[in-house]
Design a protein around this ligand. Structure first.
Ligand code: SAM
Length: 280
């Protein structure tokens, strides 16, 4: 019988956040796959747990992933831990889950903290709809392309960034998206936890004056809603469409779609305009 893969969420800085179920899962596993065996080794040591470990990270995931699948097919229970937080969020894990799903191996998770959720809820920005983008590309052209594609995104944007890159990233965000409201959540759950809530330009000035340290999540307000079209905007667009030879019904439909207003309202304005023309 095939074994089971368990993604085990671990603390993002404060050991007090390890859950009793996470401890149980680690104790019950036959083998613990870890992104960094030294880091997870320390966690296991502090919990008094001794288990065989296998390194599973970005650079050996094909090989180590194949070995883990073999073990799972042989009936082992494998617990997967990454350096911090939930495995699979901006760290290895998703490929192993996909392989299990494809090969009919059971997968479950012991939920734990994730830095982006904590950063988002502390940001003071809307949390109801958000887009988690993880780490942005580091190459100039790819970064520009990604920032352009996200420019119109209305949902709150959540990013991971390394401290040595944050000043440059804030400069790029400011350039590409304008000076939106933002937050930087640093060292979450640790002694020097800090949440800075200010526009992108403020964060940039802050980190230029005070070199950034520690792990961080950047949260940026989504694109502002475009201003609602005024009667004047609708009339202008409609005149252009009618001058181009379109019939009122067609023109009203097209203008309504373009300006995001009800077609009925545009049609009514069109009739008013025609009436005015007749009276002139
Ligand atoms: N799987 C992890 C999770 O669920 O949060 C994320 C792993 S990703 C490789 C590491 C990034 O998460 C860091 O570069 C940082 O952006 C963010 N991060 C992790 N711990 C954090 C903390 N305590 N405070 C703020 N950000 C943190």
């Amino acid at each position: 019988m095939a074994g089971k893969l368990i993604l085990v969420g671990t603390p993002i800085g404060n050991m007090g956040d390890i859950s009793p179920r996470a401890i149980q899962a680690l104790e019950g596993a036959d083998i613990i796959a870890a992104e960094d065996t030294r880091h997870t080794g320390q966690l296991l040591q502090s919990l008094g747990i001794k288990k065989p470990m296998l390194a599973y990270h970005e650079h050996n995931r094909a090989q180590a992933g194949a070995r883990l699948m073999e073990l799972l097919h042989e009936g082992s229970t494998v617990a997967l831990c990454t350096d911090a937080g939930m495995p699979g969020i901006s760290d290895p894990g998703e490929e192993l889950v996909a392989a299990c799903a494809q090969q009919g191996v059971e997968v479950t998770a012991i939920p734990g903290p994730s830095a982006f959720v904590m950063g988002l809820v502390l940001s003071g920005l809307p949390c109801g709809r958000f887009a988690f983008e993880g780490f942005l590309p580091t190459q100039g052209a790819q970064l520009r392309e990604r920032l352009d594609s996200l420019k119109g995104e209305r949902r709150t944007l959540v990013l991971y960034e390394a401290p040595h890159r944050v000043v440059q990233t804030l400069e790029r965000l400011l350039e590409a998206w304008g000076d939106r409201m933002a937050a930087c959540a640093r060292e979450l759950t640790k002694l020097h936890e800090e949440v800075l809530r200010m526009p992108l330009s403020g964060l940039l000035a802050h980190f230029k004056a005070q070199p950034p340290r520690g792990e961080m999540v950047l949260i940026v307000a989504g694109a502002p809603q475009p201003a609602a079209a005024t009667r004047q905007d609708i009339r202008r667009e409609l005149s252009l469409a009618l001058e181009g030879g379109q019939r009122l019904k067609e023109a009203a439909g097209e203008v309504a779609r373009r300006l995001g207003v009800p077609a009925r309202e545009v049609y009514r304005l069109g009739l008013e305009m025609k009436q005015e023309q007749r009276e002139e």
